[in-house]
Design a protein around this ligand. Sequence first.
Ligand code: ZN
Length: 275
Amino acid sequence: MRRPVLAVIALLLLAGCGGAPAASPSPTSTTASSTSLAPPSSLPAPASAGTSIAGTQATAPTKVVVLDPGHNGGNASHPGEINAQVPAGRGRMKPCNTTGTATNAGYPEHAFTWDVAVRVRDLLAAKGVQVVMTRQDDTGVGPCVDKRAAIGNDSGAAAVVSIHADGSTNPTAHGFHVAYSSPPLNDAQGQPSMNLATTLRDAMVSGGFPTSTYIGSAGLSPRDDLGGLNLSERPAVLVECGNMRNATEAAAFSSPDGRASYAAAIAAGILAYLG
Ligand code: ZN
């Protein structure tokens, strides 16, 4: 157990290893013996993170992405918790969470969003991205939209992506759209979120998915009523992958291959945004 911990510390402190690891002086250390704690003379003075030392390229800081799979499997059986009012930004209150929609055959949105998010998580992790999920399974309750936003904020995420599917009762309505907070309430909701939205939109189009025929314009939808976006202090978007009541899209949502295709496009968009 000791060795992996030390290895992790060594990696984290690689750029600053001249000083930081010596932070625990021995009981006999005094100012008089401080020279023994100095960095080895072969190393330059402690460098700032991100620079290279002695020809060794320091590891770039790991980027954090928060994935927010919409709804949750236990929401429907916990109406009291789910309907409790929570802050949703712009001075409004909204229900903690909702149950989400489903295909006509009964495949639920929460299962779709969970499955796609796990696939996106794995694709991002394979590229070295640190992923934080707003929920850990598809059987729990919530969390509330304000808590989901707080998870993104507290993580210092480079990007926050909520994953949903819509439930329009018009069976011909179809296509995806990417929602973003508008008008923005802070800097992160401005250009960074717009860039995330357009980059994700472009990746979805490249993945072969049509833009929405019934919401927004060219696959983008400015919104002022989505609590998770309103409360975000990080670049954040919400992708509605399509209409679960449309037969073609319902078939794609209900198939593992279809979900893998959505996940691949979403992951590609996030990676393109991270650069
Ligand atoms: Zn939803």
